[in-house]
Design a protein around this ligand. Sequence first.
Ligand SMILES: *Cc1c(COP(=O)(O)O)cnc(C)c1O
Length: 348
Amino acid sequence: MTKFNLNTLVRENIKGLQPYSSARDEYVSDGTEMIFLDANENPFENDVNRYPDPQQRNLKAVLAKQKGVQVDNLLLGNGSDEVLDLIFRVFCEPNVDNIISLPPTYGMYKVLSGINAIENREVLLTKEFQLDVPQILDTVDKNSKIIFICSPNNPTGNSIDKSDILKLLKGFSGLIVIDEAYIDFSDKESWLGQLNEFPNLIVTQTLSKAYGLAGIRLGLCFASTEIITVMNRIKPPYNVNQLTQKRALEQVLKTEVLSHEVTQILKEKKRLTKILSNVGFIDKVYPSDANFVLVKVDDANARYKQLLQKGVVVRNRTTQPLCENTLRLTVGTKEENEKLITALNEIA
Ligand SMILES: *Cc1c(COP(=O)(O)O)cnc(C)c1O
């Protein structure tokens, strides 16, 4: 691999930063009965009158064990959107650095680069929605800090070839972020197992999709201890609130319910895929490792509106590169999918 040196990637101002030290950082409870007069909280108990654990120790312990990583390799955020923003702010110098994103893909990499005044260099996926590795390596320069890879990719649904990702991990001296928001629906292996192998690898996941917790906002970031340590320096102290920590902990322990739900969704996806390919105006159903399918239709704008009139909201992706006349359909419950199928047949 091109020599990797984390120190040269972190922004100068972040290296010298003295992190905010909260009351809950300075005194960590060891379970002894104490009187807490250190954080200016209201003392009258109502379950949430105390500040949350800034390091989310209980939740992280369970998640780290489930995911097979050390707690030191895990950072939690207010959705993966916050995690991605923290990554930008640790590594990318505004108006100097750039990132590489690979459309058609998740829109937040571009939005976050705009917010953080970072140039977003786009390299299109191939027409099979895979990486154009030579073009990507041609596009990076000394100010390229991060390549964002979404796998399984949103909105296309496919996984990115492992051998191509390996080429970038080995050939790029910046960071590779692999966004695995949909990994729980995929039979492909997560990149978590490769964290020890590649010091420049960051993997993000979320409780918003398979875990059924989009409403509580909890994102996961996995990386080397060194990367997690520097991200912790800039993380807002109480970024994951008490209600989220509590609800997430309850939910991640319901492993059987969760795997049953994922099984149901995958079964429905398979059924839906077959039926969709027989709809007259659907030209193509793209293979998907996620909980949605991308379909190519005759006229996405018209079909989108017709579906709305039938009470079904899908995502029109026609403006995305390589996605002309495509709609992205989330797999719903059996009943919801039946309504989608009925609506599709009615407008056909
Ligand atoms: C849905 C999604 C996320 C989830 O973001 P959260 O902020 O955790 O809800 C992240 N990445 C991709 C590619 C997604 O599609």
